[in-house]
Design a protein around this ligand. Structure first.
Ligand code: NAP
Length: 486
Protein backbone atom coordinates (compact mmCIF):
# COMPACT_ATOMS: atom_id res chain seq x y z
CA UNK A 1 0.00 0.00 0.00
CA UNK A 2 2.92 2.39 0.56
CA UNK A 3 0.94 5.29 2.00
CA UNK A 4 -0.86 5.13 5.31
CA UNK A 5 -4.54 4.37 5.81
CA UNK A 6 -6.64 6.52 8.12
CA UNK A 7 -9.25 4.61 10.08
CA UNK A 8 -11.95 6.90 11.42
CA UNK A 9 -13.51 4.75 14.12
CA UNK A 10 -10.47 2.54 14.84
CA UNK A 11 -12.10 1.57 18.14
CA UNK A 12 -15.19 0.15 16.40
CA UNK A 13 -15.68 -3.62 16.13
CA UNK A 14 -14.54 -3.60 12.50
CA UNK A 15 -11.86 -0.97 13.18
CA UNK A 16 -10.18 -3.03 15.90
CA UNK A 17 -9.76 -5.97 13.49
CA UNK A 18 -8.53 -3.71 10.71
CA UNK A 19 -5.95 -2.10 13.02
CA UNK A 20 -4.62 -5.53 14.03
CA UNK A 21 -4.26 -6.55 10.36
CA UNK A 22 -2.70 -3.32 9.08
CA UNK A 23 -0.49 -2.70 12.16
CA UNK A 24 1.66 0.44 11.88
CA UNK A 25 0.49 1.31 8.39
CA UNK A 26 -2.59 2.96 9.91
CA UNK A 27 -3.56 6.05 11.82
CA UNK A 28 -6.66 5.06 13.76
CA UNK A 29 -9.04 7.14 15.84
CA UNK A 30 -11.19 6.56 18.91
CA UNK A 31 -13.81 8.65 20.63
CA UNK A 32 -14.76 7.11 24.00
CA UNK A 33 -12.66 3.90 23.96
CA UNK A 34 -8.94 4.73 23.72
CA UNK A 35 -6.46 2.08 22.56
CA UNK A 36 -2.69 1.86 22.13
CA UNK A 37 -1.45 4.40 19.53
CA UNK A 38 -5.06 5.51 18.91
CA UNK A 39 -5.74 9.17 18.14
CA UNK A 40 -8.63 10.99 19.83
CA UNK A 41 -11.19 12.27 17.35
CA UNK A 42 -14.67 13.68 17.95
CA UNK A 43 -16.35 14.05 14.58
CA UNK A 44 -18.93 16.42 16.08
CA UNK A 45 -16.36 19.00 17.05
CA UNK A 46 -13.13 18.28 15.15
CA UNK A 47 -11.89 18.24 11.58
CA UNK A 48 -9.83 15.47 9.97
CA UNK A 49 -7.02 17.97 9.39
CA UNK A 50 -6.82 18.46 13.20
CA UNK A 51 -5.39 14.98 13.65
CA UNK A 52 -3.14 14.70 10.60
CA UNK A 53 0.51 15.55 10.45
CA UNK A 54 1.28 17.33 7.15
CA UNK A 55 4.32 15.07 6.58
CA UNK A 56 2.27 11.88 6.70
CA UNK A 57 0.95 10.64 3.34
CA UNK A 58 -2.52 9.13 3.56
CA UNK A 59 -4.02 7.35 0.57
CA UNK A 60 -7.40 6.20 1.94
CA UNK A 61 -9.65 6.92 4.90
CA UNK A 62 -11.97 4.14 6.05
CA UNK A 63 -15.03 5.78 7.62
CA UNK A 64 -16.41 3.43 10.25
CA UNK A 65 -17.48 5.84 12.97
CA UNK A 66 -21.05 6.67 13.76
CA UNK A 67 -24.11 5.63 15.65
CA UNK A 68 -24.33 2.09 14.32
CA UNK A 69 -27.45 1.01 16.16
CA UNK A 70 -30.78 1.52 14.30
CA UNK A 71 -32.61 1.68 17.65
CA UNK A 72 -30.62 4.62 19.03
CA UNK A 73 -30.66 6.35 15.65
CA UNK A 74 -34.44 6.55 15.74
CA UNK A 75 -34.60 7.38 19.46
CA UNK A 76 -32.74 10.66 18.89
CA UNK A 77 -32.99 11.39 15.18
CA UNK A 78 -31.50 14.86 15.56
CA UNK A 79 -28.38 13.58 17.30
CA UNK A 80 -27.90 10.57 15.01
CA UNK A 81 -28.29 12.86 11.97
CA UNK A 82 -25.58 15.12 13.33
CA UNK A 83 -23.20 12.19 13.77
CA UNK A 84 -24.14 9.93 10.87
CA UNK A 85 -24.86 12.57 8.24
CA UNK A 86 -23.63 16.06 9.03
CA UNK A 87 -20.28 15.10 10.60
CA UNK A 88 -19.59 12.49 7.89
CA UNK A 89 -20.27 15.03 5.12
CA UNK A 90 -17.74 17.38 6.73
CA UNK A 91 -15.24 14.52 6.96
CA UNK A 92 -15.77 13.75 3.26
CA UNK A 93 -15.26 17.41 2.34
CA UNK A 94 -11.98 17.39 4.30
CA UNK A 95 -10.84 14.16 2.68
CA UNK A 96 -11.59 15.46 -0.82
CA UNK A 97 -9.64 18.62 -0.03
CA UNK A 98 -6.70 16.60 1.33
CA UNK A 99 -6.68 14.21 -1.65
CA UNK A 100 -7.56 11.18 0.52
CA UNK A 101 -9.90 8.57 -0.97
CA UNK A 102 -12.96 7.85 1.21
CA UNK A 103 -13.93 4.23 1.92
CA UNK A 104 -17.37 4.52 3.49
CA UNK A 105 -19.00 1.76 5.54
CA UNK A 106 -22.65 1.60 4.53
CA UNK A 107 -25.20 -1.05 5.35
CA UNK A 108 -27.65 -3.66 4.07
CA UNK A 109 -30.32 -1.40 5.56
CA UNK A 110 -30.28 0.90 2.53
CA UNK A 111 -32.76 -1.66 1.15
CA UNK A 112 -36.43 -2.03 2.05
CA UNK A 113 -36.15 -5.82 2.35
CA UNK A 114 -38.93 -6.63 -0.12
CA UNK A 115 -36.69 -8.47 -2.59
CA UNK A 116 -33.55 -9.94 -1.06
CA UNK A 117 -30.37 -11.10 -2.83
CA UNK A 118 -29.74 -7.43 -3.65
CA UNK A 119 -27.07 -6.51 -6.16
CA UNK A 120 -25.27 -3.17 -6.38
CA UNK A 121 -27.46 -1.84 -9.17
CA UNK A 122 -30.71 -2.50 -7.29
CA UNK A 123 -32.49 0.67 -6.24
CA UNK A 124 -32.04 1.42 -2.53
CA UNK A 125 -35.17 2.36 -0.62
CA UNK A 126 -34.41 2.49 3.10
CA UNK A 127 -37.24 2.27 5.62
CA UNK A 128 -35.11 2.75 8.75
CA UNK A 129 -33.67 6.12 9.83
CA UNK A 130 -30.24 4.44 10.09
CA UNK A 131 -30.55 3.17 6.47
CA UNK A 132 -31.71 6.58 5.26
CA UNK A 133 -28.64 8.19 6.86
CA UNK A 134 -26.34 5.66 5.17
CA UNK A 135 -27.97 6.27 1.79
CA UNK A 136 -27.66 10.04 2.20
CA UNK A 137 -23.88 9.64 2.55
CA UNK A 138 -23.71 7.23 -0.41
CA UNK A 139 -25.52 9.86 -2.52
CA UNK A 140 -23.30 12.64 -1.19
CA UNK A 141 -20.22 10.69 -2.28
CA UNK A 142 -21.76 10.01 -5.72
CA UNK A 143 -22.44 13.71 -6.22
CA UNK A 144 -19.28 15.21 -4.77
CA UNK A 145 -16.48 12.73 -5.21
CA UNK A 146 -15.13 11.09 -8.34
CA UNK A 147 -13.04 8.47 -6.56
CA UNK A 148 -14.52 6.60 -3.60
CA UNK A 149 -15.49 3.16 -2.32
CA UNK A 150 -18.76 2.32 -0.58
CA UNK A 151 -18.72 -1.01 1.22
CA UNK A 152 -22.25 -2.07 2.14
CA UNK A 153 -21.83 -4.45 5.04
CA UNK A 154 -24.25 -7.22 5.88
CA UNK A 155 -24.64 -8.22 9.54
CA UNK A 156 -21.14 -8.83 10.87
CA UNK A 157 -20.20 -11.56 13.34
CA UNK A 158 -17.03 -12.50 15.19
CA UNK A 159 -15.73 -15.39 17.27
CA UNK A 160 -14.46 -13.63 20.37
CA UNK A 161 -16.18 -13.80 23.72
CA UNK A 162 -18.09 -10.60 24.54
CA UNK A 163 -17.67 -9.16 21.02
CA UNK A 164 -21.43 -8.62 21.11
CA UNK A 165 -22.14 -10.39 17.82
CA UNK A 166 -24.78 -12.93 17.02
CA UNK A 167 -23.16 -16.32 17.86
CA UNK A 168 -21.02 -15.17 20.77
CA UNK A 169 -24.08 -13.54 22.37
CA UNK A 170 -25.90 -16.85 22.02
CA UNK A 171 -23.01 -18.66 23.76
CA UNK A 172 -23.72 -16.66 26.91
CA UNK A 173 -27.50 -17.13 26.58
CA UNK A 174 -27.09 -20.88 26.12
CA UNK A 175 -24.74 -21.19 29.08
CA UNK A 176 -27.21 -19.29 31.24
CA UNK A 177 -30.11 -21.50 30.00
CA UNK A 178 -31.95 -18.42 28.72
CA UNK A 179 -34.83 -18.62 26.27
CA UNK A 180 -33.63 -17.57 22.81
CA UNK A 181 -36.31 -15.85 20.74
CA UNK A 182 -35.43 -15.82 17.05
CA UNK A 183 -37.25 -14.41 14.08
CA UNK A 184 -37.85 -16.74 11.17
CA UNK A 185 -38.97 -13.97 8.82
CA UNK A 186 -35.90 -11.71 8.83
CA UNK A 187 -33.32 -12.77 6.26
CA UNK A 188 -29.76 -11.50 5.92
CA UNK A 189 -26.35 -12.69 4.74
CA UNK A 190 -24.08 -12.73 7.83
CA UNK A 191 -20.43 -12.06 7.19
CA UNK A 192 -17.37 -12.91 9.28
CA UNK A 193 -15.48 -9.84 10.51
CA UNK A 194 -12.15 -11.11 9.10
CA UNK A 195 -13.79 -11.25 5.66
CA UNK A 196 -14.84 -7.61 6.08
CA UNK A 197 -11.21 -6.71 6.83
CA UNK A 198 -9.91 -8.75 3.89
CA UNK A 199 -12.47 -7.18 1.53
CA UNK A 200 -11.53 -3.62 2.57
CA UNK A 201 -7.80 -4.33 2.15
CA UNK A 202 -8.27 -5.96 -1.27
CA UNK A 203 -10.50 -3.15 -2.56
CA UNK A 204 -7.95 -0.56 -1.42
CA UNK A 205 -5.04 -2.48 -2.94
CA UNK A 206 -6.89 -2.88 -6.24
CA UNK A 207 -7.71 0.84 -6.38
CA UNK A 208 -11.36 -0.18 -6.83
CA UNK A 209 -14.16 2.36 -7.15
CA UNK A 210 -17.87 2.37 -6.49
CA UNK A 211 -20.26 0.30 -4.42
CA UNK A 212 -19.57 -3.25 -3.21
CA UNK A 213 -21.79 -5.61 -1.26
CA UNK A 214 -19.66 -7.16 1.47
CA UNK A 215 -21.96 -10.00 2.50
CA UNK A 216 -21.75 -13.71 3.24
CA UNK A 217 -22.36 -16.17 0.41
CA UNK A 218 -25.63 -17.53 1.82
CA UNK A 219 -28.71 -15.82 3.24
CA UNK A 220 -30.12 -17.09 6.55
CA UNK A 221 -32.91 -16.28 8.95
CA UNK A 222 -32.01 -15.94 12.64
CA UNK A 223 -33.88 -19.14 13.47
CA UNK A 224 -31.82 -21.04 10.87
CA UNK A 225 -28.62 -19.64 12.38
CA UNK A 226 -29.48 -20.60 15.97
CA UNK A 227 -30.53 -24.09 14.85
CA UNK A 228 -27.29 -24.52 12.92
CA UNK A 229 -25.30 -23.31 15.94
CA UNK A 230 -27.10 -25.59 18.40
CA UNK A 231 -26.65 -28.53 16.06
CA UNK A 232 -22.88 -27.84 16.02
CA UNK A 233 -22.86 -27.59 19.84
CA UNK A 234 -24.80 -30.85 20.13
CA UNK A 235 -22.08 -32.65 18.20
CA UNK A 236 -19.85 -31.81 21.15
CA UNK A 237 -22.18 -31.85 24.13
CA UNK A 238 -25.89 -32.28 24.44
CA UNK A 239 -27.59 -29.16 25.74
CA UNK A 240 -31.28 -28.41 25.86
CA UNK A 241 -31.55 -24.99 24.29
CA UNK A 242 -34.88 -23.21 24.62
CA UNK A 243 -35.47 -21.66 21.19
CA UNK A 244 -38.68 -19.78 20.45
CA UNK A 245 -39.58 -19.15 16.84
CA UNK A 246 -41.15 -15.75 16.31
CA UNK A 247 -41.53 -12.87 13.88
CA UNK A 248 -39.25 -9.83 13.82
CA UNK A 249 -42.45 -7.81 14.26
CA UNK A 250 -43.01 -9.44 17.70
CA UNK A 251 -40.16 -7.39 19.17
CA UNK A 252 -42.19 -4.17 19.38
CA UNK A 253 -39.52 -2.10 17.71
CA UNK A 254 -40.15 1.58 17.09
CA UNK A 255 -39.44 1.13 13.38
CA UNK A 256 -40.69 -1.77 11.29
CA UNK A 257 -37.70 -3.83 10.15
CA UNK A 258 -37.03 -4.68 6.48
CA UNK A 259 -37.58 -8.40 6.05
CA UNK A 260 -35.11 -9.68 3.48
CA UNK A 261 -31.94 -7.58 3.30
CA UNK A 262 -29.72 -10.39 2.00
CA UNK A 263 -27.13 -9.08 -0.45
CA UNK A 264 -25.27 -10.75 -3.28
CA UNK A 265 -21.45 -10.55 -2.95
CA UNK A 266 -20.66 -11.64 -6.56
CA UNK A 267 -19.33 -8.22 -7.63
CA UNK A 268 -16.92 -8.15 -4.67
CA UNK A 269 -15.75 -11.72 -5.39
CA UNK A 270 -15.23 -10.93 -9.07
CA UNK A 271 -13.32 -7.75 -8.25
CA UNK A 272 -11.08 -9.11 -5.50
CA UNK A 273 -11.04 -12.93 -5.80
CA UNK A 274 -11.86 -13.03 -2.09
CA UNK A 275 -12.80 -16.40 -0.62
CA UNK A 276 -15.60 -15.71 1.81
CA UNK A 277 -15.90 -17.86 4.92
CA UNK A 278 -18.61 -20.47 5.28
CA UNK A 279 -20.81 -19.42 8.20
CA UNK A 280 -21.24 -23.06 9.25
CA UNK A 281 -17.48 -23.54 9.57
CA UNK A 282 -17.14 -20.49 11.79
CA UNK A 283 -20.14 -21.70 13.78
CA UNK A 284 -18.34 -25.02 14.35
CA UNK A 285 -15.28 -23.13 15.53
CA UNK A 286 -17.26 -20.99 17.99
CA UNK A 287 -19.07 -24.08 19.30
CA UNK A 288 -15.75 -25.90 19.69
CA UNK A 289 -14.07 -22.98 21.45
CA UNK A 290 -16.89 -22.59 23.91
CA UNK A 291 -18.31 -26.05 24.51
CA UNK A 292 -15.45 -28.57 24.09
CA UNK A 293 -13.19 -29.84 26.82
CA UNK A 294 -9.54 -28.83 26.40
CA UNK A 295 -8.53 -32.31 25.29
CA UNK A 296 -10.84 -32.29 22.34
CA UNK A 297 -10.35 -28.79 21.07
CA UNK A 298 -7.96 -29.90 18.39
CA UNK A 299 -9.89 -32.94 17.28
CA UNK A 300 -13.47 -32.24 16.47
CA UNK A 301 -14.11 -35.61 14.91
CA UNK A 302 -12.98 -37.54 17.98
CA UNK A 303 -15.04 -35.22 20.10
CA UNK A 304 -18.12 -35.87 18.04
CA UNK A 305 -17.65 -39.63 18.17
CA UNK A 306 -17.17 -39.76 21.90
CA UNK A 307 -19.79 -37.18 22.92
CA UNK A 308 -22.38 -38.64 25.27
CA UNK A 309 -25.89 -37.47 24.47
CA UNK A 310 -28.11 -38.33 27.45
CA UNK A 311 -31.26 -37.46 25.51
CA UNK A 312 -30.58 -39.70 22.56
CA UNK A 313 -31.88 -43.20 23.22
CA UNK A 314 -29.95 -44.46 20.21
CA UNK A 315 -26.76 -43.87 22.16
CA UNK A 316 -27.81 -44.40 25.80
CA UNK A 317 -30.35 -46.57 27.61
CA UNK A 318 -31.86 -45.72 30.98
CA UNK A 319 -32.72 -48.08 33.83
CA UNK A 320 -34.47 -46.73 36.91
CA UNK A 321 -34.55 -48.71 40.14
CA UNK A 322 -35.80 -47.97 43.64
CA UNK A 323 -32.56 -46.26 44.62
CA UNK A 324 -31.00 -45.01 41.41
CA UNK A 325 -31.30 -43.86 37.84
CA UNK A 326 -28.63 -45.31 35.56
CA UNK A 327 -27.71 -44.27 32.04
CA UNK A 328 -25.81 -46.89 30.03
CA UNK A 329 -23.66 -45.88 27.07
CA UNK A 330 -24.56 -48.03 24.11
CA UNK A 331 -21.49 -46.99 22.14
CA UNK A 332 -17.82 -46.35 22.66
CA UNK A 333 -15.66 -44.30 22.69
CA UNK A 334 -17.31 -42.27 25.44
CA UNK A 335 -15.86 -39.05 26.78
CA UNK A 336 -16.63 -37.78 30.28
CA UNK A 337 -15.90 -34.07 30.40
CA UNK A 338 -16.96 -31.10 32.49
CA UNK A 339 -20.00 -30.54 30.28
CA UNK A 340 -21.42 -34.00 30.89
CA UNK A 341 -20.70 -33.68 34.63
CA UNK A 342 -22.65 -30.39 34.66
CA UNK A 343 -25.49 -32.07 32.82
CA UNK A 344 -25.52 -34.97 35.30
CA UNK A 345 -25.55 -32.53 38.22
CA UNK A 346 -28.56 -30.77 36.66
CA UNK A 347 -30.37 -34.10 36.32
CA UNK A 348 -29.54 -35.05 39.93
CA UNK A 349 -31.16 -31.82 41.13
CA UNK A 350 -34.55 -33.14 40.07
CA UNK A 351 -34.03 -36.65 41.51
CA UNK A 352 -34.50 -38.15 44.94
CA UNK A 353 -32.19 -41.04 44.05
CA UNK A 354 -28.58 -41.42 43.17
CA UNK A 355 -27.52 -41.13 39.55
CA UNK A 356 -25.00 -43.07 37.54
CA UNK A 357 -23.60 -42.80 34.08
CA UNK A 358 -22.35 -46.25 33.15
CA UNK A 359 -19.71 -46.33 30.45
CA UNK A 360 -20.50 -50.04 30.01
CA UNK A 361 -23.61 -50.85 28.03
CA UNK A 362 -25.72 -52.96 30.41
CA UNK A 363 -25.85 -54.54 33.90
CA UNK A 364 -24.70 -57.76 32.23
CA UNK A 365 -21.41 -56.25 30.99
CA UNK A 366 -18.26 -58.02 32.10
CA UNK A 367 -16.55 -54.85 33.23
CA UNK A 368 -18.39 -52.04 34.99
CA UNK A 369 -17.02 -48.53 34.89
CA UNK A 370 -19.35 -45.74 35.96
CA UNK A 371 -19.65 -42.16 37.14
CA UNK A 372 -21.75 -42.09 40.32
CA UNK A 373 -23.40 -39.03 41.84
CA UNK A 374 -24.53 -39.48 45.44
CA UNK A 375 -25.99 -37.09 47.99
CA UNK A 376 -25.08 -36.53 51.60
CA UNK A 377 -27.68 -37.68 54.13
CA UNK A 378 -28.76 -40.84 52.28
CA UNK A 379 -27.99 -44.20 53.84
CA UNK A 380 -25.68 -46.44 51.89
CA UNK A 381 -25.69 -49.89 53.47
CA UNK A 382 -22.41 -51.73 54.28
CA UNK A 383 -21.98 -54.74 52.01
CA UNK A 384 -19.39 -56.93 50.32
CA UNK A 385 -18.97 -58.67 46.98
CA UNK A 386 -17.50 -62.13 47.19
CA UNK A 387 -15.57 -61.98 43.94
CA UNK A 388 -15.41 -58.33 43.03
CA UNK A 389 -12.80 -55.83 44.06
CA UNK A 390 -13.58 -52.16 43.45
CA UNK A 391 -11.80 -48.89 42.75
CA UNK A 392 -13.19 -45.46 43.63
CA UNK A 393 -11.74 -42.35 42.00
CA UNK A 394 -13.12 -38.99 43.14
CA UNK A 395 -14.10 -36.45 40.47
CA UNK A 396 -15.72 -33.83 42.67
CA UNK A 397 -16.59 -33.49 46.38
CA UNK A 398 -15.70 -35.60 49.43
CA UNK A 399 -16.66 -39.04 50.66
CA UNK A 400 -15.59 -41.35 53.44
CA UNK A 401 -14.89 -45.03 52.83
CA UNK A 402 -15.04 -47.52 55.71
CA UNK A 403 -13.75 -51.10 55.59
CA UNK A 404 -14.97 -53.58 58.24
CA UNK A 405 -14.02 -57.03 59.42
CA UNK A 406 -16.76 -59.66 59.45
CA UNK A 407 -17.90 -58.50 62.90
CA UNK A 408 -18.40 -54.85 61.91
CA UNK A 409 -15.21 -53.43 63.42
CA UNK A 410 -13.65 -50.69 61.29
CA UNK A 411 -10.30 -51.90 59.95
CA UNK A 412 -9.60 -48.97 57.63
CA UNK A 413 -11.20 -45.66 56.72
CA UNK A 414 -10.30 -42.77 54.56
CA UNK A 415 -11.73 -39.45 53.38
CA UNK A 416 -11.45 -39.24 49.63
CA UNK A 417 -11.50 -35.90 47.85
CA UNK A 418 -10.49 -34.44 44.50
CA UNK A 419 -7.35 -32.79 45.90
CA UNK A 420 -5.31 -35.10 48.17
CA UNK A 421 -6.67 -38.64 48.50
CA UNK A 422 -8.46 -39.42 45.31
CA UNK A 423 -8.17 -43.12 44.47
CA UNK A 424 -9.05 -46.01 46.75
CA UNK A 425 -9.08 -49.66 45.79
CA UNK A 426 -10.57 -52.41 47.95
CA UNK A 427 -10.20 -56.14 47.69
CA UNK A 428 -13.07 -58.57 47.18
CA UNK A 429 -14.85 -60.21 50.11
CA UNK A 430 -14.44 -57.14 52.36
CA UNK A 431 -17.37 -55.35 54.00
CA UNK A 432 -17.31 -51.68 53.12
CA UNK A 433 -19.47 -48.60 52.81
CA UNK A 434 -19.10 -45.20 51.19
CA UNK A 435 -20.56 -42.08 52.76
CA UNK A 436 -20.81 -38.72 50.94
CA UNK A 437 -19.46 -35.89 53.10
CA UNK A 438 -20.07 -33.04 50.64
CA UNK A 439 -23.66 -32.24 49.55
CA UNK A 440 -22.96 -34.18 46.37
CA UNK A 441 -20.03 -36.44 45.66
CA UNK A 442 -19.15 -37.51 42.14
CA UNK A 443 -16.83 -40.45 41.68
CA UNK A 444 -15.77 -43.01 39.15
CA UNK A 445 -16.18 -46.61 40.26
CA UNK A 446 -14.86 -49.64 38.44
CA UNK A 447 -15.27 -53.34 39.15
CA UNK A 448 -15.90 -56.54 37.26
CA UNK A 449 -19.46 -57.42 36.22
CA UNK A 450 -21.99 -58.67 35.61
CA UNK A 451 -24.46 -57.31 38.13
CA UNK A 452 -26.45 -60.29 39.48
CA UNK A 453 -29.23 -58.70 41.44
CA UNK A 454 -29.90 -61.30 44.16
CA UNK A 455 -26.37 -62.48 44.76
CA UNK A 456 -24.34 -59.40 43.99
CA UNK A 457 -24.08 -58.01 47.51
CA UNK A 458 -23.85 -59.69 50.86
CA UNK A 459 -25.21 -57.55 53.71
CA UNK A 460 -24.06 -58.06 57.32
CA UNK A 461 -26.47 -58.36 60.24
CA UNK A 462 -24.49 -55.86 62.36
CA UNK A 463 -25.53 -52.78 60.27
CA UNK A 464 -29.07 -51.43 59.82
CA UNK A 465 -30.88 -52.50 56.67
CA UNK A 466 -32.10 -48.95 56.01
CA UNK A 467 -35.76 -49.53 56.89
CA UNK A 468 -35.56 -47.57 60.14
CA UNK A 469 -34.41 -43.97 59.75
CA UNK A 470 -33.47 -43.50 63.44
CA UNK A 471 -31.26 -46.56 63.39
CA UNK A 472 -29.50 -45.58 60.18
CA UNK A 473 -28.86 -42.04 61.40
CA UNK A 474 -27.45 -43.31 64.71
CA UNK A 475 -25.30 -45.86 62.91
CA UNK A 476 -23.84 -43.42 60.35
CA UNK A 477 -23.23 -40.74 63.03
CA UNK A 478 -21.35 -43.28 65.10
CA UNK A 479 -19.21 -44.23 62.10
CA UNK A 480 -18.28 -40.59 61.45
CA UNK A 481 -17.54 -40.07 65.15
CA UNK A 482 -15.38 -43.18 65.24
CA UNK A 483 -13.41 -41.83 62.32
CA UNK A 484 -13.06 -38.38 63.86
CA UNK A 485 -11.79 -39.91 67.09
CA UNK A 486 -9.36 -42.25 65.36
N1 NAP B 1 -21.57 -4.25 12.89
C1 NAP B 1 -22.38 -4.56 11.88
O1 NAP B 1 -23.01 -5.63 11.85
C2 NAP B 1 -22.53 -3.58 10.73
C3 NAP B 1 -23.38 -3.92 9.67
C4 NAP B 1 -23.53 -3.03 8.63
C5 NAP B 1 -22.82 -1.85 8.61
N2 NAP B 1 -22.00 -1.55 9.66
C6 NAP B 1 -21.25 -0.26 9.61
O2 NAP B 1 -19.87 -0.57 9.75
C7 NAP B 1 -19.23 0.46 10.52
C8 NAP B 1 -18.52 -0.16 11.72
O3 NAP B 1 -19.49 -0.83 12.51
P1 NAP B 1 -19.11 -1.38 13.96
O4 NAP B 1 -20.23 -2.25 14.40
O5 NAP B 1 -17.74 -1.93 13.92
O6 NAP B 1 -19.15 0.00 14.80
P2 NAP B 1 -19.12 0.18 16.41
O7 NAP B 1 -18.40 -0.93 17.03
O8 NAP B 1 -20.53 0.47 16.84
O9 NAP B 1 -18.25 1.52 16.59
C9 NAP B 1 -18.72 2.82 16.34
C10 NAP B 1 -17.52 3.74 16.21
O10 NAP B 1 -17.94 5.10 16.15
C11 NAP B 1 -17.09 5.88 17.00
N3 NAP B 1 -17.76 7.14 17.39
C12 NAP B 1 -18.96 7.27 18.01
N4 NAP B 1 -19.22 8.58 18.20
C13 NAP B 1 -18.17 9.27 17.69
C14 NAP B 1 -17.85 10.65 17.59
N5 NAP B 1 -18.65 11.61 18.04
N6 NAP B 1 -16.67 10.98 17.01
C15 NAP B 1 -15.83 10.07 16.54
N7 NAP B 1 -16.07 8.75 16.61
C16 NAP B 1 -17.24 8.36 17.17
C17 NAP B 1 -16.84 4.95 18.17
O11 NAP B 1 -15.73 5.40 18.95
P3 NAP B 1 -15.57 4.91 20.50
O12 NAP B 1 -15.97 3.49 20.50
O13 NAP B 1 -14.12 5.13 20.79
O14 NAP B 1 -16.47 5.78 21.31
C18 NAP B 1 -16.55 3.65 17.40
O15 NAP B 1 -15.23 3.65 16.92
C19 NAP B 1 -20.31 1.45 10.91
O16 NAP B 1 -20.34 2.50 10.01
C20 NAP B 1 -21.59 0.65 10.77
O17 NAP B 1 -22.72 1.49 10.50
C21 NAP B 1 -21.83 -2.38 10.70
Amino acid sequence: MGNKILILGGSSFVGRHLVVRLKDTVIATYFRRPFHNGVFFDSLSMKVSDILNSKEKISHAVILLGDTNPKTCVNDINLSNKLNVESIKLIINDLIRLGIKPVFASSEFVFDGNKGNYIETDEPNPILIYGKQKLEIENYLKENCSDYIVVRFAKIFGTEKMDNTIFTNWVEDIKQHKEIKCASDQIFSPIFVEDIVEAIIRLINKESNGIFHVAGIKPYSRIELIKMFVSEINKIVHLNVHITDCSIHDFNLKEKRPLNVSMNPDKLIKETDIRLSDVKMICQKIAKNNFSSGINQENHKACYLSSINLNNLDTVSVIESERSVAYFCKKLPALVNSNIITELKNILEGLDKNLRLCLHNSPASEFHTMIILERKGKYYRPHKHLKKSETFHIIEGEMAVFIFDDNGNIVDSCVLDDVNNFIYRIDNNLFHVVMPLSDVVIYHESKIGPFIKENDCIFPDWAPDGSNDDMTIRYTNALVEDRNNA
